[in-house]
Design a protein around this ligand. Structure first.
Ligand code: SF4
Length: 723
């Protein structure tokens, strides 16, 4: 086939693809109830079901009303008992903030300036896809398919646009895959090593708990629909304990805030065990029947006496003893963890130690007792993943997986075999969300690197792209919203026609597959086909729940057997079927002191926490929305009075926070929210939108956690001085 014929075919496909998508989507978007008599371009009002796409435990259900193809009202779906009609502040005005935002990208763009300069010109889909296809084919011929890297993440956690078509595309290409490790990278495998699962106590069953430990989680701000269950339990007599090195909004509400030094959770939990075992506060019957490794653990924790751990954690010995006693006697006790515990070098073992505690006390025996962690396994069991994860059955597979925590190192490593020559970035903004951002920047500046970004806005990362494609928002495409924090499943119906030339991520990869000559049937499935397939399941959790049901109702609670007491009689999903105190791969959980050179300790004596405590931003999302920026104000550095005094720093002084990786300029807030020796700044601000052009991840290190290759972001040392 000559070039001209190829172009004609390409043009036909792109046009067909777009029209095919639009026509299929238009007809099928409408709820069954209104299919007969209305349409998007009608002046009648149509109502659509949807779900928030953010990487958030709540997964709120919403309802969108549309008239004449425009959103006229948007809000939480009041019928859903868990999210109860309430969206958080950052999402209440989502249509205007994101979908209809004047800065939204609505046409493909091609770079015309230097990488990072932000100079682009519009280009047609056809032209851009053709140019990328030509470059990719040449790259694969010269360097092999593994020189192409897929870098998707949780910019949407809804299943179809997060992964399905892109996974097929990169599996078909045999490109390099990325390990999704920044969030959950340590905490999930660690809990699996102990319990064989991250499933535990159901969110609603927290009301039965009488001693609740929110361990490294700012529930009030970042799990807003769980918070009412905390309050209900409290009303019923529960004591609320927060373990957090920072005085968060949640810590302020606690009956007892325990504030250990960052990264010492493992020592604290092992010391609690020391007390519980010494004082015979354990459930020996539960231990004997449903756990393994107790004898070794008992011996191991002898070296974690409250006296010896007191210095490590920076906690009074008597507090550790009291905490252990209260926890063991809680009737029942519940520990809630998410990802706060994992972002340090000891994160994996910290998680394992905490995950062992409920089996020592037999807390699992009672409703509301045990560990509450993640619920994603519910959808893993219920939905038809054989269809969704079709890429796993393909004869071609990605041959290497690279760790996203070290994306900067990877892009700069010219000895990598093969070196990364092309990167597709979708649902992610690594210039803001990955550690060691200046190294990432240097990598993305490589002139020989082909960078393709799918986005809503010209983000910090998109500025480094060669091509940026406009992605649809959650109001414009099909999807399925499962949850990792609760037990409801949602459908997301496209409520309006995609604005401008925006296309779903799935469609981008279908078009790209065609361009690459991949004719496999799996690239022909429409998004609605995928949603339908997902609900084509005979799993009992979806009894009576199918695509039609979801179209009509929007959401469903899994039909989970109740009461849900997954480990009342053991039944752990480990190889032994027991709660494993010793892991075959990691041994017993152990506190490891992070080793810094003397020079490092002198030059950068303060430990920096970079935390997600903004209410208006979601990681890096929404940080470009003016009214949310105004609500949040400028970021500042929390610094303890002792550390401020030693540096002659006053409240409101402009500060330089620096280390060998970067330099951030922020105002000082002398604060009792952190301990001496620790400073804290928020994560999520776009560097270019704050003075000095650098933000939290320009300082963080890309070292890995002890288990799972997660991000040890909070093991970051800095010095602070007046600017
Ligand atoms: S970000 Fe979380 S709490 Fe806010 S609307 Fe989305 S799912 Fe709900």
């Amino acid at each position: 086939m000559n070039k001209k014929e190829s172009k004609i075919t390409r043009r036909k496909f792109v046009n067909l693809g777009a029209k095919g998508y639009a026509s299929v989507q238009l007809a099928c978007a409408l709820p069954v109830s209104v299919l007969a008599n209305t349409g998007r371009n009608s002046l009648e009002t149509s109502t659509f079901h949807g779900v928030c796409y953010h990487d958030c435990p709540d997964s709120c259900s919403w309802e969108v009303k549309v008239q004449d193809d425009k959103v006229i009202s948007f809000g939480g779906d009041k019928a859903n008992p868990f999210t109860a009609g309430k969206l958080c502040g950052k999402m209440e005005t989502f249509p205007d903030d994101i979908t209809y935002h004047p800065d939204r990208l609505l046409t493909p763009m091609k770079r015309i300036g230097k990488k990072g300069e932000g100079k682009f010109e519009p280009i047609s889909w056809e032209q851009a896809i053709g140019e990328i296809g030509d470059q990719l084919k040449q790259t694969i011929t010269e360097h092999g398919s593994e020189s192409v890297l897929s870098h998707g993440y949780m910019g949407t956690q809804s299943i179809v646009q997060k992964t399905v078509m892109s996974s097929r595309f990169f599996a078909r290409m045999e490109a390099s895959d990325i390990a999704h490790t920044i969030c959950g990278g340590a905490v999930i495998p660690a809990n699996f090593e102990v319990n064989g699962t991250a499933m535990g106590v159901l969110p609603e069953d927290m009301v039965h708990s009488r001693y609740i430990i929110l361990w490294g989680t700012n529930t009030k701000n970042s799990n807003v629909h769980q918070w009412p269950f905390v309050l209900k339990a409290k009303e019923a007599g529960a004591k609320i304990i927060v373990v957090d090195p920072f005085v968060s909004a949640t810590a302020k509400e606690a009956d007892w805030h325990i504030q250990p030094l960052p990264g010492t959770d493992v020592a604290l939990a092992l010391s609690m065990m020391n007390v519980m075992i010494n004082e015979d506060l354990v459930d020996q019957d539960y231990i004997d029947n449903y756990t393994s490794g107790y004898k070794d653990l008992k011996e191991h924790v002898k070296s974690y006496s409250p006296k010896s751990v007191s210095d490590i954690c920076g906690l009074p010995e008597e507090d550790i003893i009291q905490f252990a006693r209260e926890y063991a006697k809680g009737d029942p006790s519940l520990i809630r963890i998410l990802v706060g515990i994992e972002h340090n070098y000891n994160g994996g073992d910290g998680t394992r130690a905490v995950a062992i505690l409920p089996s020592l006390t037999g807390a699992w025996r009672k409703l509301g007792g045990g560990l509450m962690h993640l619920t994603f396994e519910m959808s893993g069991r219920a939905l038809n993943w054989e269809r969704l994860d079709f890429h796993r059955q393909m004869p071609t597979q990605p041959k290497r997986t690279l760790n996203m925590v070290q994306i900067g190192q990877l892009l700069n490593n010219l000895n990598l075999d093969p070196v990364i020559k092309s990167i597709f970035i979708y649902n992610s903004n690594p210039m803001v969300t990955s550690p060691n951002a200046n190294l990432t920047k240097k990598g993305l500046e490589r002139e020989d690197l082909l960078t393709v970004v799918l986005e809503h806005f010209m983000t910090e990362t998109a500025k480094y792209a060669d091509y940026v494609f406009p992605a649809t928002t959650q109001l414009e495409h099909w999807d399925i919203g499962d949850s990792w924090g609760q037990v409801y499943i949602n459908i997301n119906q496209p409520a309006i026609t995609p604005l401008g030339e925006a296309k779903p991520n799935s469609e981008f990869f279908r078009i790209m597959a065609h361009e690459m000559g991949y004719t496999d049937e799996c690239f022909k499935e429409s998004d609605m086909d995928l949603v339908k397939s997902a609900f084509d399941s005979d799993h009992p959790y979806l009894d009576g729940i199918d695509f039609e049901y979801m179209q009509k109702n929007g959401w469903a609670r899994y039909k989970i057997p109740e009461p849900f007491l997954p480990h009342a009689d053991g039944n752990f999903s480990t190889a032994s079927g027991k709660c494993e105190f010793i892991s075959q791969s990691s041994g017993l959980p152990t506190y490891k002191e992070v080793s810094y050179t003397e020079k490092e300790k002198t030059d950068h004596p303060l430990q920096l926490l970079t935390i997600k405590n903004t209410k208006g931003f979601h990681n890096s999302s929404h940080a470009n929305v003016k009214h949310l920026q105004q609500k949040e104000g400028l970021p500042w550095l929390d610094i303890h009075a002792d550390d401020a005094k030693a540096r002659d720093i006053q409240n409101g002084d402009e500060l330089m926070i620096f280390n060998q990786r970067g330099k951030v300029i922020l105002e000082a807030k002398i604060s009792a929210r952190i301990r001496p020796g620790v400073v804290c700044m928020p994560h999520g601000y776009w560097p270019s939108l704050i003075k000095g052009g650098q933000a939290s991840n320009n300082l963080t290190d890309d070292q890995l956690t002890d288990i799972g290759g997660g991000a040890a972001l909070q093991d970051c040392r800095v010095q602070v001085a007046k600017a």
